[in-house]
Write a protein that binds this ligand. Structure first.
Ligand SMILES: C=C(O[C@H]1C=CC=C(C(=O)O)[C@@H]1O)C(=O)O
Length: 393
């Protein structure tokens, strides 16, 4: 959901699970097979109407996390001032198509946001600053240009069904982000990996971050300094280059906003570039996800060297953090964000949240640690905890 528009799925009729280096390609192939067999009556014809699957894909090829596409039983959608309901059923060859009217479940009562206390998880603050310092040394040695290093915080969710309230809070507090909940992965991402909408392709690339000011004047000053910061502009340019280079072969035309603009969010400023183009080769949204993931906004440059450094310096499995999260419909249209400002909630109630920063040669370890705290704020507050106190240098 974003700005009150989007799609929500209820129930589950089908689940496609994949793993390993071919996880996106396998999901895309299986989705093509399923949609090829489906009998679809879509009288709305908007992206996301008709048959859809919601997906969350692991960040790394070697991750133990399962990548999923989930086909819900009921989809509620709202876009461009229109609202619709889709019902999806699995039938065998002999059964007739469903004709009974869709029965919507009664709205559940509102709940308070759950109370989760977070503690440092993998790569606690002291180790995070060490890892950043080591990454800067390697950059200065010429081993790579940029790497994105993340850390983890962990808590426990005690209440049942507490996720709905956390999700509603994310949507209320961060209306300009893409708010998602797929298979326990919940968050409010400001960054799209790729969107396909009737032959158009778009993406919002982010990299480069500054804190918000205490008052209007200092806030404007922070944004202006971010827009002029060589460090952030260099970090941003690498993210844009990686997205453009991987999307270009699939587009007939691809334009980027000429200069990065400053994107204001309640917790921070980002440098942002919007990409827009036309699809050139009939790729589905999932095909494009496969082509662009992982961009330099979450991996680094050069990609493979940065990925190896992430494995070594972070030393934990990112799971679905920084992976693609979104939906694809039967026409191949879809909307995929990068799973940032998010947490994975396991069935045992463990909540693992992640935040990372792009490290370039002039990164300062302590500043990057402070930036991860800013990035944790949406999810920490959605789970009822006070915002993280600023780290002490
Ligand atoms: C890796 C994250 O953010 C990325 C996206 C926007 C800005 C970023 C930065 O300025 O470092 C990161 O590249 C995260 O939020 O965990």
């Amino acid at each position: 959901m974003r700005r009150g528009e989007g799609i929500i799925g209820l129930g589950e009729v089908l689940r496609i699970e994949t793993h390993g280096p071919s996880r996106v390609a396998d999901a895309a192939r299986e989705w093509r097979r399923v949609t090829g067999l489906a009998d679809i009556d879509d009288r709305v014809g908007l992206p996301g109407s008709g048959l859809v699957a919601f997906g969350a894909i692991a960040f790394a090829d070697e991750s133990a996390a399962t990548s999923v596409l989930v086909v819900p039983e009921i989809v509620l959608g709202r876009r461009d001032g229109r609202a619709w309901v889709t019902r999806i059923e699995l039938v065998d060859g002999s059964s007739a198509a469903p004709t009974a009217p869709v029965e919507l479940p009664a709205p559940a009562p509102k709940r308070d946001v759950p109370r989760v206390r977070f503690a440092p998880g993998a790569l606690p603050p002291e180790s995070y600053t060490d890892a950043v310092a080591e990454a800067v040394r390697r950059i200065d040695d010429g081993r790579f240009e940029k790497v994105v290093l993340a850390r983890e915080i962990v808590g426990t969710l005690h209440e049942d069904a507490g996720l709905r309230a956390a999700l509603a809070k994310l949507a209320d507090d961060y209306p300009d982000t893409w708010v998602f909940a797929v298979d326990g992965l919940i968050g409010a991402s400001p960054e799209t990996l790729v969107r396909v909408d009737h032959g158009t392709v778009s993406a919002r690339v982010l990299a480069g971050t500054a804190s918000r000011g205490r008052d209007a004047a200092s806030d404007r000053d922070r944004a202006a300094r971010l827009a002029a910061s060589h460090k952030d502009l260099a970090e941003h340019a690498l993210a844009v280059e990686s997205a453009v280079a991987t999307l270009a072969p699939h587009t007939a035309r691809l334009d980027a906003s000429p200069e990065p603009f400053t994107l204001q969010l309640p917790n921070l400023w980002h440098l942002a570039t919007d990409l827009k183009g036309t699809l050139g080769d009939g790729s589905s949204a999932l095909d494009l996800v496969r082509a662009v993931h992982p961009t330099a906004a979450v991996a680094g440059t050069p990609r493979n060297v940065a990925l190896a450094a992430i494995t070594e310096l972070e030393g934990f499995d990112r799971g679905r953090y920084a992976g693609p999260v979104g939906w694809v419909d039967a026409d191949g249209d879809g909307e995929w964000a990068i799973a940032l400002r998010c947490a994975q909630v396991s069935t045992d109630g463990t909540v693992r949240a992640y935040a990372g920063c792009g490290i370039v040669h002039d990164s300062v370890p302590f500043d990057e640690l402070a930036e991860t705290d800013m990035k944790f704020r949406p999810i920490v507050e959605a789970f009822g905890a006070p915002p993280p106190s600023p780290p002490v240098p």
